[in-house]
Design a protein around this ligand. Sequence first.
Ligand code: BEZ
Ligand code: FE
Length: 289
Amino acid sequence: MKNIDLSNITDAAVQSFCALQNDRTRHLVQKLVASLHQYAKDVQLTHEEWRAALSFLHACSDISSESRSEFSLLSDVLGVSSLVDLLGGKPGATPGSVLGPFHSAGSPWLNNPAHLIGANEGVPVLFRGRVCDVQGKPLPFASIDYWQNANNGLYWQVDPQQPSDNLRCQLQVDADGMFEIATIRPVPYEIPTDGPVWRDLVQAAQRSSWRAAHAHIIVTAPGYARLVTELFDSEDPYLDADAVFGVREALVGTFKSTQDSALLSRHGMEGDNCLVMDVELRLSQTEYE
Ligand code: BEZ
Ligand code: FE
């Protein structure tokens, strides 16, 4: 009989997973068990507190559905999603930032330059970007997956008034790695405030529910690591209080007015008060083991 006590319970629990076949999975699980045990010891966790934590997780599960993951939101507001993004960063490459819950695969492929404004109200803007490697060499085979919210703050998935292709697209960059997207200026919006993550955690901590205005972008190119990131607006009031820790200096750009008539006429925007943000997206090469 093994006498389990405070001195050996962590070891016993960690060792109980030693037959996990995959090396990486075994490492992840054993380290997690050891860290949880250490946490419980550090804070001298009580039964009542542990039950409360489990109830919170139950509430997260209850409100989750196919189209809503309270656990993703939990990861976001704890900063873990952003931490994982940052851990995956490579020197010289554009930093990653949260994917968020509103990416839907299968956005329409549009010609580059792309026009997304359609019937949307809002400030017309142009994202003018260049995709390159960490040395600055253009990557002409890159493609872009782009999505953002409408002027009312909502993404199409949660707004029945918007068509399903609103303010999202995929496109191929040109031979110089360049792309242009005519759209409306993204606006700040709140993380979901009807669930336990907001109620019991973020609001309870008197934190802000706001995300700084941003456009989402995924860049892929053969041989290069996929970049999932966001572009922020330097004039946004929530840059210092983004609820999910997504803001990185390298991702903040400034919208400037433009007199470039060739650029404006390409987008049918002559005479409009159009703003342009120039962005450079640097990808690191895929690491082969
Ligand atoms: C978003 O970027 O759309 C988002 C990210 C985290 C939580 C909620 C929304
Ligand atoms: Fe978003």
